[in-house]
Ligand binder design. Structure first.
Ligand code: SF4
Length: 441
């Protein structure tokens, strides 16, 4: 067996692509290693959301390039969103790279491996409109054993938010066929996975592009919920205005669908949202969150925000801080604005916010998010909750199991027995900013 190391950056979609690539490579006698020094094939699966991650990717392959120069017999692959965007340019900046593979063509990987082994340099970044499900059938996924299986249900995005590179790197939105998704879920359950997370840039617009059927996320959830056995279902990421009443009702009624919605707001200011080309106002977002909270008890709602979007005033930024409080957002990811080539906002150079102001807003946002996260966690102290254990490790001489509640709260449970993959009932005994403490009952 040869060894492959894949460094995965960015979002869950990239993690899922990595799983698929490892699955394909396993048919060609490659096994995964976590140690880059031991690998025959080194790949980086890149993210282009921020300049920083792009720079990190080039720095990582630079190290591998040095090993190659020193005489190590290795092959290097540059994959993912930066690959899709830069294509042949990658070879100019990193001539030691053997292949560049974009996000649309990951199923070309076996062919690419044959070609690079014959000494070719390969760049495969052509766009396609298919979800390549036929090829997916050919290369059954071999997931790394675990608790949570990530299953993409849509690829790409049609929204063209003015700051976002995704429509350029992942293409237009395409939904995968339900029968393929259901089979993938069944295979994961048969392999012992206990949680299925459906992935999409806008997971709640699933099925909008089906011409031959009226089958949307709600229908898919019902079909998955009907699969045998005890397991959980989650779906991320939701675009606020694509969350329908039917979807909320379905999530409420299905016992395996968890009480968790990730609904990025991006800014609390309606003017900034307009500049971002987000298709909702602050009030409309508030309405959606209210509906979800009213229907689903104990629901966790998380969000994403951008600090220092071009032209954002101090007053508009403060509206984001107040939104986090007002809508009681349980947790949010925050990023300082980073201009990305090709996007509309990147052209608004004269409106760029100075770095020091942007960073200060970033810090203030993070502080607000931490406060709210602790407030949200404190609500669960003394409650009984079900936890799906995901990890078991030693910390300061004690053995700890960690896992997630149905509503996506992390719980640390001191216990000498490894309970990974088990559902356990715990009493919540304490709350910290990022996690709850629990005792098995
Ligand atoms: S909805 Fe906007 S932010 Fe999300 S992937 Fe699409 S373009 Fe990007």
């Amino acid at each position: 067996m040869k060894k492959v190391f894949i460094d995965t950056m960015g979002c869950q979609m990239n993690k899922s692509d990595t799983e698929r690539m490892l699955g394909m490579l396993s048919h060609f006698d490659y096994e995964e290693t976590k140690e880059p020094e031991q690998a025959d094939l080194l790949m980086i699966n890149t993210c282009s959301i921020r300049q920083l991650s792009e720079d990190k990717a080039f720095s990582a392959v630079g190290t591998w390039g040095k090993w190659k120069k020193e005489g190590k017999n290795i092959k290097i692959g540059f994959c993912g969103c930066v690959a899709q965007q830069k294509a042949q340019e990658i070879f100019k900046r990193a001539p030691y790279v053997d292949f560049v593979l974009g996000t649309h063509k990951i199923y070309s990987l076996p062919e690419i491996i044959k070609r690079i082994n014959n000494g070719e340099k390969v760049c495969e970044c052509t766009e396609t409109n298919s979800t390549e499900d036929d090829l997916a059938k050919k290369y059954e996924i071999e997931r790394v054993k675990g608790v949570n299986a990530w299953i993409p249900i849509t690829e790409g995005c049609n929204n063209f938010c003015t700051y976002c590179i995704v429509p350029y790197t992942r293409g237009r939105e395409r939904s995968r066929q339900p029968e393929i998704i259901i089979k993938e879920a069944q295979d994961a359950l048969d392999a012992g996975f206990k949680e299925i997370t459906l992935l999409g840039q806008n997971v709640d617009s699933y099925g909008k592009d089906f011409k031959d059927k009226n089958y949307r996320l709600a229908e898919l959830l019902k079909d998955l919920n009907a699969l045998e056995g005890k397991f959980r279902i989650r779906f991320v990421t939701s675009y606020p205005t694509d969350i329908t009443d039917e979807l909320i009702q379905t999530a409420l009624e299905l016992d395996k669908v968890c009480e968790y919605f990730h609904i990025p707001m991006q800014s609390g200011s309606t003017e900034v949202l307009k500049a971002m080309n987000r298709r909702y106002t602050r009030e409309e977002y508030a309405e959606i969150v209210k509906k979800v909270r009213e229907k689903i008890a104990d629901v966790t709602i998380t969000s994403d925000f951008i600090a220092g979007f071009p032209g954002e005033t101090e007053e508009q930024f403060v509206e984001t801080l107040t939104a986090i409080d007002e809508f009681e957002l349980d947790y949010s990811n925050v990023a300082a604005y980073s201009p990305r080539e090709k996007t509309v906002a990147a052209r608004w150079v004269d409106k760029y916010i100075p770095e020091d102001v942007k960073n200060e807003r970033f810090q203030r946002l993070n502080k607000k998010i931490q406060e709210n996260c602790l407030k949200s966690n404190l609500k669960y102290v003394n409650r009984e909750m079900e936890v799906l254990v995901e990890n078991f490790y030693e910390h300061k001489g004690k053995m700890i199991n960690t896992g997630k509640t149905r509503n996506f709260k992390t719980v640390h449970i001191p216990c000498d027995k490894d309970l990974t993959g088990e559902f356990v009932n715990v009493k919540i005994t304490g709350a910290k900013t990022w996690y709850l403490k629990g005792e098995i009952i």
